[in-house]
Design a protein around this ligand. Structure first.
Ligand SMILES: [Zn+2]
Length: 219
């Protein structure tokens, strides 16, 4: 899953209004941020196999730390704890929301990945394989983002013209990235993929911060 991960991030402010959108954008991809670092370090591995699934050429055959169930739970707890330590307002609710946003990554990956998500060390690999159905997988990604946008517009309002248009800019960028992802050339190597992914996550987190600056909670 790619842009669909941002659906829960956009929807989350409806639950806890104090957590900034940039923190949620970071949280929903935190598992893949660590994955990118571990790919670059050679600790986790990916093969680029054009046609591996309908949607994605990635054979994610070795990611026992970031994308196993215990690994994803641990990373989610860690990020929630970090938020709880740093935040000044609604620390517990915010920490729980950040942890939940982080774990939503694994649950959405579970729907689209072929069985490459380890349930426990030495246990079975799981994944419902929606990536083998381009229309359904793409429909799900777009539907998650649009649903997230609807919730985000209900939870916040623009302080000025930039704030009013920014959510649509953000979603436009996400849809454009999905199109590039689908129509572009597959990455040449796992390292290139990891670097591009990390850069994209960083840019999207920055774009979400603009929403935080230009919009305010409706509550
Ligand atoms: Zn992932």
């Amino acid at each position: 899953m790619f842009i669909g991960h941002y659906g829960p991030a956009l929807a989350a402010p409806v639950l806890v209004r104090t957590v900034p959108l940039w923190a949620l954008f970071f949280a929903v991809q935190f598992i893949d941020v660590v994955w990118g670092v571990l790919i670059l370090a050679g600790i986790e591995q990916v093969r680029i196999v054009p046609g591996f699934t309908d949607v994605s050429p990635l054979d994610l055959h070795h990611m026992p730390y970031t994308h196993s169930l215990p690994g994803a739970l641990a990373l989610s707890a860690l990020l929630g704890l970090a938020y709880w330590l740093i935040a000044r307002k609604a620390r517990l609710a915010g920490g729980l929301l950040v942890a939940a946003a982080c774990f939503s990554h694994w649950l959405l990956d579970l729907i689209v990945h072929v069985p490459d998500l380890l349930l426990w060390p030495g246990g079975p690999m799981v994944g419902f394989g929606l990536w083998d159905n381009l229309e359904l997988a793409l429909g799900l990604e777009v539907a998650l983002v649009i649903a997230g946008l609807v919730f985000y517009l209900r939870a916040t309002r623009g302080k000025g013209i930039i704030g009013r248009i920014w959510p649509f800019v953000l979603v436009g960028v996400l849809l454009a990235l999905e199109a590039i992802h689908l129509l572009g050339e597959p990455p040449a190597s796992g390292e290139e993929l990891a670097m591009t992914s990390l850069a994209v996550f960083l840019i999207l987190t920055g774009l979400a911060a603009v929403a935080d600056l230009t919009r305010e909670s409706r509550a």
